[in-house]
Design a protein. Structure first.
Length: 527
């Protein structure tokens, strides 16, 4: 996409005098003008107006100048002039910033389209650039996407955003004022009559692959200029390309991804709807499932959609989707004989198909109803988060590390429970008997230079078997017994107390997730 002079002026947001409103060249770069420079078309030159020699101005060479009104007699239709009070350095910096803003937007939009981004994301990327409210509708006047972060006080648009479609009364107005014809072809049209809205509206109707029909509508509630129309035209071209890519995707894929997105975002309100839509994409409402969530590390340039399609074709009883730039696989398990080996085999199959791709993988627990899919997805997400801080706790496919890490939520469930328990008001788990015991052990370590905390924790993990504890710690069993008896005597406790042993184990495990708790923060638990 090309950057026009008018779009740069729009983003510049300062008063510019144009002496030919119809002249709107496409520019490929910006340069500072100086005597002797070789001038090229499609380059915007920045200069002080007083430095220009009117006799040397060439047709098709464009200048953006800072100058005083008294010098404006020098200008031609190829010169735009700013007379605001600023230094030339400030002026040139402002122009460069505006040009870079336009260039970065085009780059982001191109990347989004290449990565098969949806129309809504294209509008999000455009909100700060265009600045006006924009809606994209299909041919039934159903809302496809909107600039939700740009407020609009237009009655018809407020109803559209609230309902998700235009009301019958609004459509009748469109018909009365011949707006329906704007769906017919790819074309920019501008309505200044304010018959339907109190704002000037700019519209672009277009087909994608001769099938899907869209209408993009911009209400100029904040700004109206040649530049903003240029940017809107570019946006519509990106929407058209994105729409063509979407229309090439099979209807089944659209149906599947729509269901996955709706159920994970809580948009399906009834059990009946959930079961019917699951059946439509080949999932049984009641079965045995687990979810595998694969997060590609360098996802920006990774062919997610193509990979998902390949996995769907090559993996038996594994349904593969894309959700929030992750690969989400729903694995059907053997109803009669569920084993860890079956889940491990499913993860291994996915990894082999990904080849040398670096990724992290979260695995949910087993569930029997598709209604539990949101919980399973959250388990995968939590396993990925906690696995980063406690990688050694995972029990699945450790030989694939470090380029493919697998974290099963079942291995982290107890840590997640402890993490949640630390979020109670005022942290009520402080100042308990077990926390006091661990504090005293820390003091003893400093005093006697003996790793009492490690000795006690390992002894509890080894079910108080002194020989096994000694083997893990590379310590004689009699030395282990001596230290444990010394701990019991100095702290006045007995490890024969089963509740105390459980409490101490939980306290030790809580210490393991301290770093995770500090990094993630309290707000994360509710997500």
């Amino acid at each position: 996409m090309k950057i026009t002079l008018a779009s740069v002026i729009h983003l510049l947001d300062i008063k510019i005098n144009l002496f030919d409103e119809e002249t709107d060249p496409e520019i490929e770069g910006i340069k500072l003008f100086y005597d002797g420079i070789e001038l090229s078309p499609n380059i915007l030159y920045i200069a002080e107006l007083s430095a220009l020699d009117p006799g040397k101005l060439q047709d098709g060479i464009f200048f953006m100048c800072l100058g005083a009104e008294k010098d404006m007699k020098k200008v031609s239709k190829y010169v735009a002039v700013c007379t605001e009070n600023m230094t030339f350095t400030q002026f040139s910096n402002r122009i460069n910033e505006a040009y870079l803003k336009a260039a970065n937007w085009h780059y982001s939009m191109n990347q989004a389209v290449l990565n098969s981004s949806d129309v809504q994301n294209l509008l999000y990327l455009s909100e700060s650039i265009i600045g006006n409210h924009i809606d994209v509708l299909d041919s039934s006047f159903k809302l496809v996407a909107a600039t939700y972060n740009i407020a609009i006080d237009d009655e018809a648009t407020e109803d559209l955003l609230s309902l998700g479609y235009h009301k019958k009364s609004a459509v009748e107005k469109f018909r009365k004022y011949h707006r329906l014809s704007e769906f017919s072809r790819y074309n920019i049209s501008i309505s200044t009559d304010k018959a339907i809205s109190r704002y000037i509206t700019v519209k672009c109707g277009f087909n994608t692959c001769g099938d899907s029909i869209f209408l993009a509508v911009m209400l100029c509630n904040n700004t109206y200029s040649r530049g903003v129309i240029d940017l809107f035209r570019s946006l519509c071209e990106y929407i058209r390309i994105a729409g063509e890519k979407m229309s090439r995707t099979s209807d089944k894929a659209d149906l599947e991804n729509s269901f996955i997105s709706d159920i994970l975002q809580g948009k399906i309100s009834t059990y009946t709807e959930m079961n019917e839509r699951a059946f439509n994409i080949g999932l049984s409402g009641m079965s045995k499932y687990c979810v595998i969530l694969v997060r590609i590390r360098n996802v920006d340039n990774y062919p997610l959609l193509r990979t998902a399609k390949q996995l769907s074709l090559q993996l038996n009883r594994i349904h593969v989707y894309i959700y929030k730039n992750d690969i989400l696989a729903i694995c059907e398990l053997d109803k009669e004989n569920i084993s860890q080996d079956e889940i491990t085999a499913a993860v291994s199959s996915i990894q082999k198909n990904l080849g040398s791709t670096s990724a992290d993988c979260g695995v949910s627990g087993v569930f029997s109803s598709i209604t539990n899919l949101p919980v399973a997805y959250m388990q995968c997400s939590r396993a990925l988060d906690m696995g980063e801080f406690l990688p050694g706790k995972s029990s699945i496919l450790q030989d694939l590390r470090p380029y493919f890490n697998v974290y099963a939520f079942d291995d982290y469930a107890i840590y997640y429970q402890l993490y949640a328990s630390k979020l109670v008001p005022y942290n009520l788990l402080n100042n308990t008997r077990t926390s006091s015991i661990l504090e005293e052990l820390q003091k003893m370590e400093k005093q006697f230079h003996i790793p009492y905390l490690d000795i006690l924790y390992t002894h509890l993990l080894c079910e108080r078997k002194a020989t096994v504890t000694g083997q893990r710690l590379n310590m004689h069993r009699n030395t282990v017994i001596y230290h444990i008896e010394r701990i019991e005597k100095l702290l006045g406790l007995s490890l024969e107390d089963e509740d105390l042993r459980i409490s101490l184990l939980l306290a030790f495990k809580t210490r393991e997730i301290e770093d995770y708790f500090l990094c993630v923060g309290q707000s994360e638990i509710s997500r």
